[in-house]
Design a protein around this ligand. Sequence first.
Ligand code: PDD
Length: 281
Amino acid sequence: GVAFMDGQYLPMSEAKISVLDWGFLHSDATYDTVHVWNGRFFRLNLHLDRFLGGIERLRMNLPYDREEITSILKSCVALSGHKSAYVEMICTRGSSPTFSRDPRQAENRFMAFAVPFGSVANNEQLERGLHVAISETVRIPPKSIDPSIKNYHWLDLVKGLFDAYDMGAETALILDTDGHIAEGPGFNVFIVRDGSLTTPAFGVLPGITRRTVFDLCAEIGLSVAATDVSRAEIKQADEVFVTSTAGGIMPVTRIDEAKIANGKVGPITSRLMNFYWQKHD
Ligand code: PDD
């Protein structure tokens, strides 16, 4: 892979930040990831909107504008030589030259990198569906951190993952402050019931893949609602799938100890998965 840092393109092994950067010390950073498929960026503008929106809400300043960021990302991909890549752009608070504790004194930093694409789920898991456990862990309350800012606050999601491994599952879903299903480590979730889709509305990252599912549903005439999803509803669903840039649409066929419906990847999930990958070509 290739990184861009402090005005230079570097091999990934040389891309290093200071331990004094508030991005590292305090998770004071935002980022976005975008997928390059056959040499083309998938929905780059939506990722840039979310990234630049987060930077503004965190009151950071970047020395690069949207066009410059676009050209940096494209250069990282071109220099990496990868046809399919996972591209990450990051803005951290940086640090203050005088070690001030006032975040307004910090010099914000932008960096980016392109590495080979790696999915959340492997091919075998995509065929049989993921085994997910519901952890009692609660995702960051929305009034604490604006969920529309893509953040590195993952202590809750990582705890959820360890809970899931302890329960013999492959990945986790964690809860919102009301005890409803929120999201997982790097993905949103959908349930299908009687041909209609539902996805959690509050306290989750508004994922670009989630939004792509809304667009696909509009095109093929499926109804989709963003509203609360309870633990009982997800277990009684006909189909469940999760969505992420790193993997697209990924089926879930088992939650905790129970199979979802007959334990096979459902027809609406398969149809959306095919449609999603057609959009990439
Ligand atoms: N993760 N929720 C969280 C907490 C995420 O970190 C992500 C993205 C998503 C899905 O959003 P999108 O569809 O825009 O990728 C939901 C990225 C891919 C990551 O883990 O690097």
